[in-house]
Design a binder for this molecule. Sequence first.
Ligand code: ADP
Ligand code: MG
Length: 338
Amino acid sequence: FLYNQVQDLKGAIRVYCRVRPFLTGQSNVQSTVDYIGENGDMMIVNPFKQGKDARRVFSFDKVFGTSVTQEQIYADTQPLIRSVLDGYNVCVFAYGQTGSGKTYTMSGPDLSAEETWGVNYRALRDLFYISKERSDSIKYEVFVQMIEIYNEQVRDLLVSDGSNRRLDIRNTTQLNGLNVPDAFLVPVTCTRDVLNLMKIGQKNRAVGATALNERSSRSHSVFTVHVRGRELVSNSILRGCLHLVDLAGSERVDKSEAVGERLKEAQHINRSLSALGDVISALAQKSLHIPYRNSKLTQVLQDSLGGHAKTLMFVHINPELNAIGETISTLKFAERVA
Ligand code: ADP
Ligand code: MG
């Protein structure tokens, strides 16, 4: 059963849309999400528009409404995650404007409450669980790296010596998918190890103040899990790699508001998100030329985008009326890569 599900996902690019609930204190507010259908359809209403632009239907592989739990989200991600132990490379992205729920999906709101854990921790817990289950036939080793890409520079989130060392990207098969070979590569054996590393990484992540969100993330964070398995009978080695990517906020920044550093950040973010969109849509269209070289993000992930690799993009929607512009542009981005 599981095998068939995994086969179905092979080479595929999936797009899931998740609608953030209204936050506490907001009641009786109008939502821009009119309905969510059974087959991954959703209708967006734009009260600022007339005629055919007032209502638009978007279709994805799945659409998750505001009452969907972290557990349900993970249930639909699990087959993909598990295939890493069979030697696949997998990328999971969280895309959306600041405040739309990217970090909630990937990490969750509260590390100390296991039932609120996001995809990252559930994925690792699952990988450890399965590798233990298979330990009679395969001996697995798991390593993690955590980097961020800020203003087109790659930095190690697991080194907190303040050195801000810039890391190089190297795409060579000899490195077995270690595209950022100088980033700290930490062996982990249990979920607790991972939690501790994530805490260090999150603390080191660049945050800046914007009008939208005081601590909005202006960098892409890439949490990478490298798995190496040795089959005990044949002694053959398999390798799989999982990238869990919490992208920088996708909002377009008003040029009259952002100046200096903020403007530079915004331009880097826009450029790298469109480079990511270009790569995924080229892959979706089975194009012969895949433009990996246009951003650091796509260079880092090159081995895990395309070929036999699997990609899952979570796009996040803030259902508030004043977010309608960003909601439409997020959904258009998602439609292009689906
Ligand atoms: P982003 O990372 O995209 O900037 P966050 O994940 O930080 O957004 O979410 C913004 C706020 O909304 C946070 O307070 C978060 O706890 C809350 N939130 C996001 N998604 C959900 C959800 N599915 N259920 C409940 N609260 C959520
Ligand atoms: Mg965030």
